[in-house]
Design a protein around this ligand. Structure first.
Ligand code: ZN
Length: 324
């Protein structure tokens, strides 16, 4: 069902959506927020979901049904990228925002019936000469058989997806869409691509399911070092937080694992636990919060906060997240 890149790098998300798609496609979320550093991966995932939801045949990556082919070419009439550059009505001259005219156009489309599962992907975008990292991402994206909304090989200008921000998707536009996000016609999904959930207004977040899309692939998935100390996760004994922190860091040092790698393993451990809890969405949502807490820990480590302090603080926040 999913591209090789998603199979290999986003296994937690892939498994979660596979469960949704296999069991209750009718209840597929009407609004999804994908957040994290890798907007290319988010865009690929959004298109991949749209492809599965619209496939007329066996949902395989190699399927060549009409819908799959359109989505691979990025030309499907009901799988629409909305950004400050894309999906502009003729009379809309705005260039820096997703305008109210655009959201009105979305509403117009939704007022007609459709034979497709409609997917609106909302993000920021830029057309530019890609830098080295972006070049790599474009190659990866195309190797996985998807196309960008705009590519010009000759002039080397490419459409690059960026996370949506409040500056791009201002309150007036966002608010004008709330009702159709909350009660869209059947078989409609909005997907927001962001770096961080806080880039969207609260009223959208509360109407959406949020998923963290990890940007780093952990080669070694051995999370034993974490499991040993957090046997009863999500239950954590408050009085043990200091001990757990010290044990984790000491054991990591002995095994030549850096604090940064330790945090990645911690996140992997939570993902594994979440996967085992996939039928309890409230727990999964809290575990995703825990993963996000550890993202903050990573950035604290990058700004030279002491590992003891950063990790202890994270475990305390996780403990608080599950209190009650
Ligand atoms: Zn197909």
């Amino acid at each position: 069902m999913f591209t090789p890149f998603i199979n290999n790098n986003l296994s937690f998300i892939k498994d979660y959506f596979s469960l949704l798609l296999d069991n209750k496609e009718k209840n597929f979320p009407q609004s999804i927020i994908l957040y994290g550093e890798d907007t290319f991966a988010q865009y690929m995932l959004a298109l991949n979901l749209a492809k599965i939801l619209n496939c007329l045949d066996n949902r395989s990556m190699s399927c060549n049904c009409l819908n799959c082919n359109w989505i691979k070419e990025n030309s499907h009439p009901a799988v629409i990228t909305v950004s400050k550059l894309d999906f502009k009505p003729d009379d809309d001259s705005s260039k820096t925002v997703i305008s109210v005219k655009q959201t009105q156009e979305i509403k117009n489309q939704l007022s007609t019936t459709s034979e497709y599962h409609r997917v609106f992907i909302l993000c920021d975008a830029e057309i530019k000469t890609p830098n080295e990292t972006e070049k790599e991402q474009i190659n990866k994206f195309k190797k996985n058989n998807f196309s960008l909304p705009y590519e010009d090989n000759e002039s080397s200008q490419y459409w690059i997806p960026k996370g949506i921000t409040r500056k791009i998707f201002q309150e007036e536009s966002a608010n004008s869409m709330l009702k159709c996000i909350e009660e869209p016609p059947p078989r409609t999904t909005f997907i927001f691509l962001t770096k961080d959930k806080s880039d969207l207004i609260e009223t959208i977040i509360s109407r959406s399911q949020s998923f963290y899309v990890p940007s780093k692939h952990v080669e070694n998935n051995d999370v034993e070092i974490i499991a040993k100390e957090l046997k009863y996760y999500p239950e954590i004994d408050r009085l043990e937080i200091n001990n757990i922190t010290n044990n984790l860091l000491t054991n990591a040092e002995m095994l030549n694992i850096t604090p940064e790698e330790l945090i990645i393993k911690f996140q992997q451990f939570i993902k594994n636990t979440a996967l085992a809890n996939a039928n309890t969405p409230t727990n999964v949502a809290k575990m995703i919060d825990d993963i996000k807490i550890l993202n903050e820990t990573q950035s604290q480590l990058r700004s030279y906060i002491k590992p003891e302090l950063a990790l202890e603080n994270a475990i305390y926040k996780i403990y608080k997240n599950w209190e009650n």
